[in-house]
Design a protein around this ligand. Sequence first.
Ligand code: MRU
Length: 338
Amino acid sequence: MTLHAITWDGSTDRLRLLDQTRLPGETVHLDVETVDQLVDAISVLAVRGAPALGVAGAMGVVVALDQARREGWDEGTLEAAIDRVRLARPTAVNLAWGVDQVRPLVAQGRDAVLEAARRLAAEDEAANRELSRLGVDWLLARVDRPRLRVLTHCNAGALATAGWGTALGLVRELHARDRLEFVHADETRPLLQGARLTAYELAEEGIPHAVQSDGAAASTIMRGLVDCAIVGSDRIAANGDVANKIGTLGVALACREAGIPFVVAAPWSTVDLATASGEDIEIEERPGEEVTRYAGVPVTPSASVGFNPAFDVTPARFVTAVVTERGVVSPAAGERMD
Ligand code: MRU
């Protein structure tokens, strides 16, 4: 069984999202009827994670088509609404990719778009399972330990995808093969995707883990407490530069210094060959209040402002391996994605 954070609900014929802002405390679903609701859900990270955003984008086109029919939109209004979904967050290439995959089918009607969006979701889960197998084979051929100790950052699990997960997919696969010892999950300030979501998924599956502050990551790596780091990605450029949640770069630098693999796990839909290098990736800037507050409570002097880039770019030379369903590429060894 795998969690499904994003589904098209057959009984209501609507997009249904597991509200990830409420986890782990509450399991609340959002029924999405309008483009405004979807853009808001994407903006506040009720639905998040690059592959899940791809599915949300594709299903968002159906939401727009249904709203257009109900409200009698003209074509220009419909196109503008689809563009709003496509641009709701800038860094994860999957969001625009998901919209672009189904947009050409609009002329064939909403059922054709819905079928394509559902297929895209099924393909994402299948890709995650395949890349997990390939990634674990790659790791076990290189790390000589009966059971691996893994560090991960942010949440790249079932919640961040159509199901199963990318970085956590590898963790699940290791666990299933009885080759996993322990997971160090970075809490991932400011929105705590690690503490709230990764820990939730690991706890659900009985996988031994600890949540650590982001500041502990470099020391955990340098003390030899983990054998590798495995993370997801929001966009991988043609040269192998990797955008992922802020803090990932520090993990990669520490892995390089410690001489352990820094592994990026992502479906091919996250690879953006049209982006030459990380310099061309737009990094989302989020509200400073996410940093100056903790759980909604101000923690800084009122005169302080927050600096809140949501992602960073790890240069290809620090990326030991990019694992996709198509195989393993080693940017640090000079291999390119194209
Ligand atoms: O801001 P978020 O929570 O959408 O950021 C998510 C990440 O950075 C993930 O690591 C990435 O999207 C890969 S998810 C399989």
